[in-house]
Each structure stands twice: as structure tokens, then as C-alpha cells.
Ligand binder design. Structure first.
Ligand code: KG4
Length: 338
């Protein structure tokens, strides 16, 4: 008999549902919320309302695309946190209700574990997956972490940001250039046309494997402010060079600590995950690093870098096999480390 898991993700501004059958992905439906575009960032209350509107049609569509019936599902894996409290409540309450109705177990998934385990989303039997242990650079709008992954459930954070995340650095600097939210993908596109050596922004000098991006953000803002005093058209005239120089500084900072952790641990398999791992510069930098040192790099499909339920279903599948279920009384959690 097959093991069928329904995954549900609602931690931020994407409502997503996925079905995996015996570890193979059958559907992954994502409704992204356009409602935040005018506000320069995600508005939590609007996000919760949009989740409420989206969740039933998204789950129905995932079940339809997978070609199964509701009654075939063995367990529901849902994102319990971290994330926006209201958004998490929608996915959590829905999952509990459906699990009660179908009389099947619930499996709670840490969103960050989901991102790391996105490398185990199998489109078919031949999908190559990392071997344990591997080192994962988890970079998103809310996190920048170097994670040592020993098994599907054992993960250790070797280093993380002490202030802003890499995605925040992209988004906040982009905003100061007048670009819409989220600025990361726009900076990525503009950087292709720019000279990355034109501007120098500050890099952190902090010990260990930790990151810091707030100094970079400040030095970027000061450059804009000082140059605009002299030339009001400075941003417009230099936007691609600014984007390329900013992106290079972020990538150099990320690679500096990541490569140190790889060398120190001697781990031969590396991976990147999270929204910022869609960035073409970081993808190339990690691949080149791995090629030079003859180690294996796992670069995720772009569709699996941003929030999606496929990664939640995969993480839930392995927890389900271990019979690690979640009690119906457990509440969602907004904040957590890995
Ligand atoms: O993992 P994710 O979808 O969710 C949150 O953590 O919120 O990551 C979103 C982040 C945003 O900061 C966005 O600007 C960034 O990922 N991002 C990128 C790119 N695509 C998404 N940053 C740089 N380059 C990209 N191509």
C-alpha cells in the first residue's frame, strides 16, 4: 500500500499544498499573494485573509492534480512555524480540521527543516539527493544559516546572522534605490548588466561562522545619500553597477563563512536552500567552489527555493515514517531556531 502525504504551507505570503506518494512528488500548487505589492513588504493581516481565501481551492487542486481522493491520504504535514502567527494559524487550523475529519495523523514541520529538506523532493525515482552529512547554506528573507545536516531530523546550526538576513539586505537596499518589493530578484537581473567592481561596500568582521548584513545595508545607504547630494541622478545613472556591486558583496560575505565551515568540517557534500538560493550569482559561486574542490554541490530547482508545500510534505513524509506525530492541541509557533 502506498504512503500518501498532503503537505500544507502557510507561514508567510504563499498558500501552498502538495501531495507526495511514497516519497515522489505528484503535485505542488502555490497561490502567491499579489495584495502586498503596493505596501513594500508583506502585510501580516492581509496575508492571513488571503490564506483563508486560498487554502480550500489550493488543497483541492493539489489533490485533483495528484489524481487521488481525499480518503487516500495517510497523514497531513503542515508548517507549524516559524512564520507570521496569523498565517500559520490558517494552515494549522485547516490541517487539524481535515486530519480530524479524515481521522488521520498530523505531522508538524519546522519551516526551516522544510527548506533544508527541499533537496529530497523527488520528481521521479531518478532524482539525485544529497548523502548525509551535508552542509546547507540556508538563505532566505528571514534567515541566513549554515546548517550541518546529519539525518532527516538532526540538524545543527553552525552559524547564523546576528542581525539582518541576506534576503533582507537585498530587499532593503533595493527599496532604498526605489525598487519594488521583493527587490532580490530585480537586483539579480540588474546585476547582469553592471560592473561589480565599481562600488565597495563594507563587509562584516565577526568571528566564527556567523553573519551580519546590517553594516552592508548602512554603507549602501550612506553611499546613495552622499552621492545623491552631488548628483541627483546618481541612482538612475549607476543602478546596474550598484546592483552588481551589492550582489557581489553579499555573495562574498556568504561564501567567506560557508567555505570556512566546509573546510573546517571536512564535509564533502554541500547545498543551498531558501529564497535567496534562486540568485544566479550565489548559485554560480557555490557550483564553482564545489567544482574547484571536487566536492558535490546541490543547487535546488528555482521553483523549490521559495516557500512551497512540496518541501513540507517531504519533511513530513520522513517524520511520518518515524511515527513522530503532532497532537491536535499543539499551537503554531512564530519564532524558533532550527
Ligand atoms: O525563502 P523565501 O521565499 O521567504 C522568506 O524567507 O520570506 O525568501 C524570500 C527572499 C526575499 O528576500 C527575496 O528578495 C529573495 O528571497 N530572493 C532573491 C532572489 N529571489 C528571491 N534574492 C536574490 N536574488 C534572487 N534571484
Amino acid at each position: 500500500m502506498s504512503t500518501i502525504i498532503l503537505g500544507i504551507e502557510s507561514s508567510c505570503d504563499d498558500t501552498s499544498a502538495a501531495i507526495i506518494v511514497d516519497g515522489i512528488l505528484k503535485s505542488n500548487v502555490i497561490a502567491s499573494q499579489k495584495v502586498h505589492e503596493n505596501y513594500g513588504g508583506v502585510v501580516p493581516e492581509l496575508a492571513s485573509r488571503a490564506h483563508q481565501q486560498n487554502i480550500v481551492p489550493v488543497v483541492s487542486e493539489a489533490i485533483r492534480q495528484a489524481g487521488i481522493n481525499k480518503s487516500d491520504i495517510n497523514a497531513i504535514a503542515f508548517t507549524r512555524g516559524p512564520g507570521l502567527p496569523g498565517s500559520l494559524h490558517v494552515g494549522t487550523s485547516f490541517s487539524k480540521g481535515l486530519a480530524l475529519g479524515l481521522d488521520i495523523p498530523l505531522v508538524d514541520v519546522n519551516h526551516l527543516h522544510g527548506h533544508v529538506l527541499s533537496h529530497f523532493i523527488k520528481d521521479d525515482e531518478n532524482t539525485e539527493v544529497p548523502e548525509f552529512p551535508f552542509l546547507c547554506l540556508l538563505i532566505s528573507g528571514g534567515n541566513s544559516q549554515i546548517v550541518k545536516v546529519t539525518s532527516y531530523s538532526e540538524m545543527e546550526i553552525l552559524g547564523q546572522t546576528i542581525d539582518d538576513a541576506a534576503g533582507e539586505a537585498f530587499d532593503k537596499c533595493a527599496k532604498s534605490m526605489g525598487l519594488p518589493y521583493p527587490g532580490g530578484p530585480i537586483i539579480d537581473r540588474m546585476a547582469h548588466e553592471g560592473d561589480a567592481t565599481k562600488f565597495k561596500f563594507s563587509k562584516p568582521h565577526i568571528p566564527g561562522y556567523n553573519y551580519s548584513f546590517s553594516g552592508l545595508k548602512t554603507s549602501f545607504l550612506y553611499t546613495l545619500r552622499d552621492e545623491m547630494k552631488v548628483n541627483p541622478n546618481f541612482i538612475e545613472e549607476n543602478k546596474n553597477d550598484l546592483a552588481a556591486s551589492l550582489q557581489k558583496t553579499i555573495i562574498d560575505t556568504l561564501m567567506d563563512k560557508f567555505s570556512k565551515a566546509i573546510k573546517d568540517t571536512g564535509i564533502k557534500t554541500i547545498a543551498i536552500a531558501g529564497g535567496v538560493s534562486a540568485n544566479s550569482g550565489i548559485r554560480d559561486a557555490v557550483q564553482e567552489y564545489a567544482d574547484r574542490r571536487h566536492i558535490k554541490a546541490f543547487i535546488p530547482k528555482r521553483s523549490y527555493t521559495t516557500d512551497n508545500a512540496a518541501m513540507i510534505a517531504v519533511a513530513g513524509y520522513y517524520k511520518y515514517l518515524d511515527k513522530k506525530f503532532c497532537d491536535i492541541t499543539e499551537p503554531p509557533f512564530a519564532r524558533v531556531t532550527i
